[in-house]
Design a protein around this ligand. Sequence first.
Ligand code: SF4
Ligand code: SF4
Length: 440
Amino acid sequence: MAVLSSGFFIWAAYVSKNENEAFAFRKFLNLGILIFSISFLFILTHNALLISIIVIIFGVAGLVGIFFLLPLEKKGGFVPQRPTGQIDERKTMFSRRELLPGTTEYENFYTSKPQFKKTDDNFRAFPGLLNSRSSQFNAFNFASADASFETIEALYDKVDGSLNPEKVEVDAVQISKYIKAWARKLGALDCGITHLKDYHLYSYGGRRERRDKKYSREHEFAIAFTVEMDKQMVDTAPKAGIVMESGQQYLESGKISIQLAAFIRNLGYQARAHIDGNYEVVCPLVARDAGLGEIGRMGLLMTPKHGPRVRIGVVTANIPLSIDQPGDNFPVIDFCTICKKCADSCPSNAISFEDMEEIDGVLRWQINQEACFTLWCKLGTDCGRCMSVCPYSHENNALHSIVRTGINNNFVFRRIALKMDDVFYGRKPLSKEIPEQLNI
Ligand code: SF4
Ligand code: SF4
């Protein structure tokens, strides 16, 4: 048992080395060597009593470990609540950022919503995203991120298009299976389908020519999928690596959305892709209802295998589809309730330390979007420290899958896993360097 335990920790050290987790590597390795050395010393003494003690200790520890992976849930659970109202995109920070002083839109907005004027004057005083005067400026990295966002913009007029007049008859189950398989082939991690609800749609558009456009539900279904953000790049947050990765994965998810929507229109059914800067829907709400995860403390979608380390793509459509049911997401909510690691690490104190509270009739967490965005304008990047430190963001490999199984199954294990994460990875892990070949 002792050999197994030390073997486990040395394997965990090996995995951590490959993950570029130097802090965890040292801790796992030291623990593995320590357990092995102590056991070896006991065996060298040839003392039957000492050997029996160590066998019993490790035997009990092993059984307890297995017990914590077994299903054991708190009573009560979590009853998911769905919003009744719609979000107005004009109130989001990206929409407010587009308002230029002196324009009619600017005057109209702050006349009707004066409560935003002070905070918005504040973020406008800082250089802004991808600005050369911001604190994380790196000419090559910022230009790379900008190139991704420019490519996304070039795709704006591809989100919708003409229909094939010859409609192909489809079976809802078959076509849903095909769409999911093709989305994965195109690079999606996971894909789900839900009925499009009013609360998935923004009430009014807030970006570019869609400002003040009132949205109404034109499609019956929404297809949501996720793409992975590279852990190495995310771990550079808040340095420029995070905004490079955000831009790249917005582009990847945008490309897949556009391809899926074009595919559906080629079959003769209406479909619209929703891509970065050109959304009519609130992606995390759609993805949650399509069974891809739950919305956690930091306000992002928490997926079962990659946590918040994803970007979401959405296609709304009128093709007959078979819908998915949201899973039991209580483990995520329970873990977020006790964890608070993102709140501890947030440089702008934008993330709440409190339990979920009722906001607009729904029990949830809400971040302070003004504080978060103002920091982005100082950094020049989209920060991402919360995503980087989240215990759910670890690589999706065998080591972390074992931990995720326990977290999902057992409420006692959740509490132990959180402590272990703090010990092995640090309560406030340091930001890593941008990969050498990109750090010029
Ligand atoms: S860091 Fe912890 S509290 Fe924050 S989203 Fe991740 S699991 Fe939830
Ligand atoms: S992105 Fe940064 S500032 Fe915004 S909530 Fe996350 S950690 Fe806080």
